[in-house]
Design a protein around this ligand. Sequence first.
Ligand SMILES: [Fe+2]
Length: 370
Amino acid sequence: MDCGQCWDCSTNEKCITKQDILSIYKSANLEEAIKKFDILNINDEANILGGKIFNKVYEARKGLFYDILHYDTIISTNLHGVYPNGKTLFRFIKGAIPKENRKKYKDIIKPIAKAKTKNRGQATGPCQVEKFPKNAVALCNRKGEVYTDGKDRYSVHYKDKEGKIIGRCQSNIVRSGVAGYFDAVAGMPCRQVGWSRDNLSKHDTLSELARDIESNHKNYEEESYLYHKEQANLNPSYLFKDSIYSTMTLNYDFRTACHTDYGDLDNGLSTLTIFEELEDNYTGLYLGLPEYKIAFDLRDGDTLIFNAHEFHANTEGEPLTDKLPIDDLTGKNFCGRMSVVCYLRDKIKNCPNEPFTGKLKRGKQVLNQQ
Ligand SMILES: [Fe+2]
């Protein structure tokens, strides 16, 4: 069926246009809004005018995995969540990415997102030897002293079967990669990351994705969009072409532990977009805000614009079929959930006008904290 700017043409009842949504917000026609949006727990008119207010109800702890039972509300459709002062906490945009564009993005994202990495720090949870390389037998400090105190650590060395101390510290292995640009961190220059430098035409396709995400940012969070644009234009050679974003973190079936993002725009909002390798092949992997006890069931093509400086984490995921292969990291079939965090790095404004595009010496380890 053809329904113009339809957000989700897969079901008739959710086939609503952006114009519908804007007009409903303006008219505050609560009954119509509830019928069309399936908004959860909205019970007064004030909420629909400025968004639904969410209060912090819990003190979360970094590094913990929060499971589904922690949350009171799962949000799976369009909703604007705000702080008591009216500022945006999140904006859930169902079907934000046009259906016809998704396949070309997935084809590019999958191999980057699926690559194993050991530099995701706190977001991977406390270091566990089982989540280290297969030859690891114990976690230790730089001198080889094995940790026996039971304390949570997020970046450590390890000993292999021969007793050799591995000289570079790392976190648990997960599947994640990065595209775009980075500012100067850990002695490395402001630069275009290796994948983008070596895959220019694919990088250009990701710029199209950045612009698709941006158009939602502009439509639904205009104040935030204008702030990003002003900041992004301070150093435009570090941006996905004609967009306000510098960087994408791409994850595959990555269940994050409780963490806050670091390095993105101060007072900015981040975007999280989901692509499914096979549609409806898994359940769970909700992105939760544990301090607000809300979690989001983002599905293929959905975008969440949110304050990533709030604690966030994923619930457990469960594949529904054995159509995708077994993941050697988990021993279970892949779910096939790709997530794209598309954002502007704060310190890029301090970088030289042209990014470094040469090859870097091996041996540097840069934490990616998105
Ligand atoms: Fe994050």
